[in-house]
Design a protein around this ligand. Sequence first.
Ligand code: UDP
Ligand code: MG
Length: 344
Amino acid sequence: MHVPHTFSGSCELSVVIPVYNEEAGLDALIERVTKAAQAIFANRYELILVNDGSKDGSWASICAHADRDSRIVAINLSRNHGHQLALTAGLNHVRGDLIFVLDADLQDPPELLGPMLEQVRQGYDVVYGQRIKRHGETAFKRGTASLFYRMLGSMVDTYIPRDTGDFRLMTRRVVDQLNAMPERYRFIRGLVSYIGFNQTAFPYDRDARYAGETNYPLRKMVALAVDAVTSFSVVPLRFASHLGMLFGLAGLVSLLGIVWVWMRGGTVEGWASLAALILIMGSVQLMVLGVFGEYLGRMYMEGKQRPLFIISEVRRHPLAANAAADGEAPVIEPDLREGIRVAS
Ligand code: UDP
Ligand code: MG
């Protein structure tokens, strides 16, 4: 039998990880996160794994881990909700004083918890990972990401640091503020920036994916970029008036040109240029209408006030679930030599 561990009932750290089709890497992920968290917080932490409607065996694997380790909380969403909403669901369940968010694919090294914690102890509320190098990502992905942050920076008043993801360590008061924001189109790294308090960057090298493939194809990246712009800026709405002025000016110049030609006894040739102009004007107007539609559609969807996510199951180890009532509970942690280790 092992030396008993007693769980004080207090939870100092909550690790939140959204999981979508990550079966192949889950064991390695949980092992590395557990090691990193345990080294600093002993048993006073929880690991919240949110299954975002995975189509592979991720949920079964998460459940198996949760059954063996009372520090793991398994949350199953009713279907795929997308990365940002899965993360939101996890953040809604945290009990810790500090919250550590990372991706399930081990691109963000869990071992950085220690150094990031140092920064929090120096008085920071948010320590966000900022990527210096990105291993295993295509030049296209890096290029588009960099372009996106530059564009976003020029449109919004809130400072949104570039080359960041959701990898970060936050204090409870930041997450409480985040959880109080009801919006559906969530660009979480932007919202955290918006919240303020003391924030600092933590430069790190981003590893390549441990297993599997990216769940962020171009389509989802564009959607995230549109979410980011529309939730933080109304600048695109002003494009219409800017474009209007620009085209008005162009019209005036060409009118002067036509009068000039006419005064010299000539005529400006016809319909091809006219047809091209009509098409260009039509397309510009439709594009502007599309931008308006984007904002209008978001207002419509927000207006419905549907819940941000739907949970089908939250699984805690029975002993850990009782802890909430008693304030004290034994910790069960897996032991590779014995299968299951129970301590009381
Ligand atoms: N993810 C999710 N739901 C989705 C897509 C992704 O929960 O619909 C999770 C995924 O499991 C991972 C994180 O979000 O933990 C980031 O996804 P990914 O690594 O595919 O993105 P990338 O790092 O390539 O931008
Ligand atoms: Mg990734």
